[in-house]
Design a protein around this ligand. Structure first.
Ligand code: IMP
Length: 420
């Protein structure tokens, strides 16, 4: 038996799905436990690209079952489309996908509210993905939310819809109610065969010695409590969310692997101490194809931040690091790693909690030499150019966690393990 969590450790987009896919060939189960269609996971196999939003990446392996735990927020209409698109690419879902009946739903109403909230918050816009995630989680907390299992009870669903619209001060005439009911019931016809109790499946799987991977979405710095609040998402993303969002206690995990890019990116608004502007950022963005898989937005680019990296490693009790997109840094003369922050005459080695302090900090950098070589064909640490090995070891030393997986390209096989 082994249960492993694979988590994004910065602001998301760390190429988690690639690592889940790389380690997933022997997994019996891959489980999503938080987030929703704000996530965009891309996997490339033999040049074919697969994009996932809510479906766990384990669907790539025919022998793997994919579970969506109750901590995920599902857009039922979007999920039906995603399943159909992936089926059209040759993937199969029958008897392989299970969605917890307690999953909260993202309704078209939530997507509208997300847009309205963003336009009202002109001065402190979050830069959300516009997928309705914040309003949907807020409704689940306010107990006005609708859950997947409710779709199987039309009279109850109708009543809940009237209540949720009233709660948000939105009018719901008979025609709109009918239209929403029809949309949801059409989605239910597709989704009902997948609707079951994920915690029961996981508990049996654990007892039978199955290999389970928990696939995080977004990243630690987007955690709604521990991230760069208020510029965060609306779910908890750290390791403890595994239990809350799936019913499988995080205490039972054998391994927690943190995924970090070899540099840092962020989409949306909010503090970013090591952000780079100008030609260097443009070069990395182009080499790393740093455009959002969900929204297509260009990602902001920065130097590796070991202060935030170590914070995230500690919060998630990491056992190892998966370092991704190392190949993107080939050809840079100098590489910088942030090792501390200056704030008001003091040196900080942990991030400040307040966003106003975050904006004032001045990063302190360690400077390392880059490497020229193309490393996309490298399959061992020893075969990396010496300066790439030094860079990797500097990250290990600063985070005090070993690098166990390295990714040097988009393809599944452009990856190698170190002591894993
Ligand atoms: P929301 O999750 O759509 O509410 O967006 C809140 C913040 O999280 C915004 O800054 C988004 O850009 C960011 N965000 C949400 N999902 C992802 C993701 O999968 N990758 C990177 N950033 C994300």
């Amino acid at each position: 038996m082994s249960a492993i969590a694979i988590l994004g450790c910065m602001w998301g987009d760390e190429a988690k799905a690639k690592i889940v896919d790389y380690l997933g060939d022997t997994a019996d189960y891959v489980v999503r436990f938080q987030g929703g269609s704000n996530a965009g996971h891309t996997i490339v196999v033999d040049g074919q690209k697969f994009v996932f939003h809510s479906v766990p990446s384990g669907i790539m392996y025919p022998g793997t079952k994919c579970l969506i735990g109750c901590g995920v927020a599902i857009d039922p209409l979007g999920l039906v489309k995603e399943i159909r698109n992936l089926e059209a690419s040759g993937l199969t879902f029958t008897k392989r996908l299970c969605i917890d009946e307690k999953v909260g739903l993202v309704l078209p109403l939530h997507q509208e509210l997300d847009k309205v909230n963003e336009s009202r918050l002109a001065s402190s816009k979050i830069g959300t993905t516009g997928r309705g995630i914040g309003p949907a989680y807020a409704d689940m907390t306010a107990r006005t939310g609708i859950r997947l299992g409710d779709l199987g009870h039309p009279a109850y669903l109708k009543q809940r819809l009237k209540e949720i619209y009233a709660y948000h001060g939105q009018s719901l005439d008979a025609q709109t109610l009918k239209a929403v009911m029809t949309q949801l019931q059409e989605a239910w016809q597709v989704l009902k065969k997948y609707c079951m109790s994920v915690e029961n499946i996981l508990s049996e799987a654990y007892l039978s010695g199955a290999r389970i991977i928990f696939e995080g979405a977004q990243g630690t710095l987007l955690d709604r409590t521990w991230g760069s609040y208020p510029y965060v998402t609306s779910s908890n993303t750290i390791v403890d969310a595994v239990g809350i969002g799936s019913g499988f206690s995080a205490r039972l995990l054998d391994e927690v692997l943190g995924v970090y890019k070899a540099y840092v990116t962020r989409v949306g608004e909010g503090p970013f101490p090591t952000e780079i502007h100008g030609p260097l950022a443009d070069k990395i963005r182009k080499q790393g194809n740093e455009f959002g898989s969900t929204t297509g937005r260009p990602r902001r680019i920065g130097h590796f931040d070991a202060v935030l990296g170590a914070y995230s490693a500690r919060l998630n009790t990491l056992d190892g690091i998966a370092l991704t997109l190392l190949d993107v840094l080939s050809g840079l003369e100098e590489l910088k790693i942030c090792v501390g922050y200056k704030l008001g005459g003091k040196v900080l080695t942990t991030p400040p909690a307040h966003p106003l302090d975050f904006n004032k900090i001045e990063p302190m950098y360690l400077s390392l030499k880059g490497w020229e070589e193309d490393i996309t064909g490298v399959r061992s640490k020893e075969a990396l150019p010496v300066n790439a090995q030094i860079y990797l070891e500097a990250i290990e030393d600063l985070l005090e966690i070993p690098v166990k997986v390295v990714s040097v390209g988009k393809e599944r096989d452009q990856t190698f393990k170190i002591d894993l």
